[in-house]
Design a protein around this ligand. Structure first.
Ligand SMILES: *Cc1c(COP(=O)(O)O)cnc(C)c1O
Length: 368
């Protein structure tokens, strides 16, 4: 059978390996498995959110409020924008998809950093668009600008901070760059880890209302999957000027957020303390990874997220290390697919990290 020819060039997204896979393949008990491959919040969902879900679980037989009024009001309050500036998605992933569909056809160009979130390229290829990447792995705005001037672009993706490397551009530099961009180019600011970056360094903080008021060609994306610990609920949002939101709305399937996801995210927004505590612990624990890397003479990329990418140098390969860890119940992300001899580890809880260091010691000793 023939399929849409754009699919010939499309790759399937490889998600972080699930716990269930290790149970099946290596017979490891779920309690002995540590999943640090998809940047989930290791502290679990806020107790207040869990309580609310339990109270309202019987609501799941009804379709959700498709206007998502209450959640949008809460987000509008949080971000100091209007309800009409917001669109919700089944994860911010779905909004990435809407953005590409809204702007791109076969003749379109999409500009992104060489090593960044894989879905930008996948959605771009689904639309048949040409993918342009900068030379450096980490975001380099000079390269972005020179490629933009040479080729133009229908969409530019900036991942701030960047997954899978962890670096983050300064807001001022981003704004200087945006000043140079044509108003018909949609710039997507993916803020999946902005809560972490702005906690660590205010110079990195992108304020959505400020961004969209200054730049009517920008959309800011956020998610409940990371700091808010609702990855399993699939809920994210986009914030932009009304005309962009209206265009994206035409692409939205009905009821794209579940009844329980709405309840969970509304409640999660209320529990600011929980989120702050998780982020603060994240950076405390991240120091231990930095110390560990130094002790083993590995380089790492200073991270503004809830993960750290460690370069393995010449003595080890990321394939060997990721596989050896997997067999011992620890799931990390191998960046070999990006052509890098690097592993990305989500920062776990204190107990999880202690175990990771112990097992990594054993693995490094064995592979030496
Ligand atoms: C996790 C992530 C997202 C979105 O995840 P959803 O679960 O779909 O909201 C978007 N961009 C980046 C860079 C991410 O790491």
């Amino acid at each position: 059978m023939n399929f849409n020819e754009v699919l010939d060039d499309c790759k399937v997204y490889e998600a972080g390996k699930p716990i269930e896979l290790l149970v099946r393949e290596y017979g490891i008990a779920p309690k002995d498995i540590i999943k640090l491959a998809s940047n989930e919040n290791p502290y679990g969902t806020s107790p207040k959110v869990k309580k609310k879900i339990k109270e309202l679980v019987s609501n799941m037989y009804i379709y959700p409020d498709d206007s998502m009024y209450e959640l949008k009001e809460a987000l509008a309050n949080r971000f100091n924008v209007q309800n009409e500036n917001i669109i919700m998605g089944a994860g911010s992933d779905q909004i990435l998809d809407f953005c590409v569909k809204a702007k791109c056809t076969k003749n379109s160009k999409i500009l992104m950093s060489k090593t960044t979130f894989a879905m930008y390229e996948i959605y771009g290829k689904q639309a048949g668009a040409t993918i342009l990447k900068t030379k450096d792995d980490e975001h380099n705005l000079e390269q972005f600008l020179s490629m933009y001037k040479e080729h133009g672009a229908d969409i530019i993706f900036l991942c701030l901070p960047n997954n899978p490397l962890g670096e983050c551009l300064n807001k001022d530099d981003v704004y200087t760059f945006l000043d140079e961009i044509n108003k018909n180019t949609l710039v997507v600011i993916d803020g999946a880890y902005q809560e972490y970056a702005s906690f660590k360094d205010k110079k990195k903080e992108i304020i959505a209302s400020d961004l969209i008021n200054k730049y009517n060609n920008c959309i800011y994306l956020g998610t409940f999957s990371k700091a808010y610990a609702l990855g399993g609920m699939r809920i994210g949002y986009g914030i932009a000027q009304k005309n962009i939101i209206q265009a994206l709305f035409k692409l939205r399937p009905p009821f794209n957020i579940t009844t329980l996801s709405l309840i969970a995210s509304i409640e999660a927004l209320k529990d600011k303390e929980f989120v702050e505590e998780c982020i603060s612990k994240n950076f405390e624990e991240m120091k231990r990874y930095e110390e560990y890397a130094k002790e083993k003479s590995f380089e790492y990329i200073p991270s503004y997220t809830n993960f750290i990418s460690i370069k393995l140098g010449k003595l080890f390969t990321s394939n060997d290390i990721a596989n050896a860890l997997l067999k011992r119940g620890i799931i990390v992300r191998n960046l070999a697919a990006y052509g890098l001899n690097t592993i990305r580890i989500t920062i776990g809880s204190k107990e999880q990290n202690t175990k990771v260091f112990k097992i990594l010691d054993e693995v490094l000793e064995k592979l030496k």
